[in-house]
Write a protein that binds this ligand. Structure first.
Ligand code: FAD
Length: 384
């Protein structure tokens, strides 16, 4: 039996594990966290990726976890509402065609689908890779050394596998001009199934109520020409970027100061000339992170996992890149192509707000979200 080690158990990892098991591989997944992490910020599954989850037999579970956001409100720096609309208006999707659920809920669904078929090892990480003609010798931080026929890195934007097999992150990391802090905050507005986006030129404070919970997901994103050289005091960096704002911001900054789940990072993409080096391949954010500005990271991870598994079933991942390249490029371009959710200048913000005001009208045309819809469907899946 051909053996594969997958590093990372979030979206791409368990999805790849599922398909490889289906195709008769012996699969081990190593995850550095001590367990599967549930909950988390909301992610989207669109276009071709919906077909992938359907083929995996988990579409009913994913639909059951769908957040069904009813309303997105856009406000100015003082919290005054500029426009309010349904997410389907903005993506141009048919209601219910796109799926949105907490990232950890998707992970839990994929884990439940694979846990009895695949060997999951939690709390460990690959320490070194020694590829040779007959396989890859792997040493772990904790476990005993083993040899696998293939290794797949599904360990995210800051992939350990990519560093070990392809070289330093700086060779592939493309900064998109902003940073963000994500954390949970009290649901002070009794919000339910809705999001609030408060923008000034170069900043976005987002509150996301995924259901009826006493907490919300908060995201504070801000433009800065270069990534901060020193991120030791992340709270100070964010506080400075949002100084003077009212609306939702003061309460969010108060929570940020004491947050115990603060996640701070740059908004970035991973761009690589190839995703296969001998017997090591990358999938998901590790290979082609498009950033949350694209809204397509999860879809790329699910689709990429399926395509990579099909390639390995055929004997070699040699044409994995050729199959995925145009789809990845198109979806990564969504993050950089338009004004998006983080307009940088007064003029961009004004144009974006005008577009939002016209949404009820535009939603009746086919124009809105057409780019995203087309990109999300721009790959024909290989046969099962
Ligand atoms: C704030 C935020 C908002 C987002 N919003 C959206 C959105 O609206 N829509 C959307 O589609 N996408 C969104 N994304 C992106 C989306 O989360 C990712 O694209 C998607 O999760 C990629 O899945 P992945 O499995 O490739 O990587 P990840 O989800 O990053 O998972 C990587 C896994 O590898 C594990 N790992 C890391 N290092 C090691 C190691 N050394 N050894 C073993 N395991 C390791 C991690 O613990 C993790 O479980 C957002 C991301 C962020 C940060």
């Amino acid at each position: 039996m051909t053996s594969v080690l997958i590093s990372g158990a979030s979206v791409a990892g368990p999805a790849l594990a599922y398909w490889l098991h289906q195709y008769g591989f012996e699969v081990t997944v190593v995850e550095k966290s001590g367990s599967i992490r549930g909950g988390g910020y909301p992610i989207d599954i669109r276009g071709t990726a919906v077909d992938v989850v359907e083929r995996m037999g988990v579409l009913p579970q994913v639909r059951a976890a769908h957040i069904a956001t009813r309303r997105i409100s856009v406000t100015d720096g003082a919290g005054r509402t500029i426009a309010a609309f349904s997410p389907d208006d903005i993506t141009g999707g048919r209601p219910g065609a796109d799926l949105e659920l907490p990232r950890g809920d998707l992970t839990s669904i994929l884990y439940a689908q694979t846990r009895d078929k695949v060997d999951y090892v939690f709390g460990d990480s690959i320490a070194a890779l020694g590829p040779h003609d007959g396989g890859v010798d792997v040493t772990f931080e904790h476990g005993r050394p083993r040899t696998f026929d293939y290794v797949a890195g599904a360990d995210g934007l800051h992939s350990n596998t990519r560093r070990l097999a392809f070289g330093p992150e700086s060779d592939y990391h493309h900064y998109l001009g902003s940073c963000f802090a994500g954390f949970t905050a009290p649901n002070t507005g009794a919000w339910s199934h809705e999001a609030i986006l408060q923008n000034t030129p170069g900043t976005m404070a987002a509150v996301y109520a995924v259901g009826e919970h006493p907490w919300v997901h908060a995201l504070l994103a801000f433009a800065t020409p270069k990534p901060p050289a020193d991120t030791t005091d992340r709270v100070a960096l964010v506080t400075k970027a949002f100084a003077g704002q009212t609306g939702e911001v003061p309460a969010l900054l108060d929570t940020l100061a004491g947050a115990n789940d603060l996640y701070f990072d740059t908004v970035s993409q991973i761009r690589m000339p190839g995703w296969v080096a001998g017997r090591v391949a990358l999938v998901g954010d590790a290979a082609y992170a498009p950033s949350f500005l694209s809204g397509q990271g999860t879809s790329l991870a699910l689709t990429g996992a399926y395509v990579l598994a099909c390639e390995l079933r055929n004997g070699t991942p040699a044409t994995y890149a050729a199959t995925m390249r145009a789809y990845v490029t198109r979806n990564q371009a969504l993050a950089t192509g338009g004004i998006g959710i983080l307009p940088r200048t007064r003029r961009q913000l004004w144009m974006r707000n005008q577009a939002f005001r016209l949404l009820p009208l535009l939603a009746r045309t086919d124009l809105l979200g057409r780019g995203q819809r087309r990109a999300a469907k721009s790959l024909t899946l290989p046969p099962r």
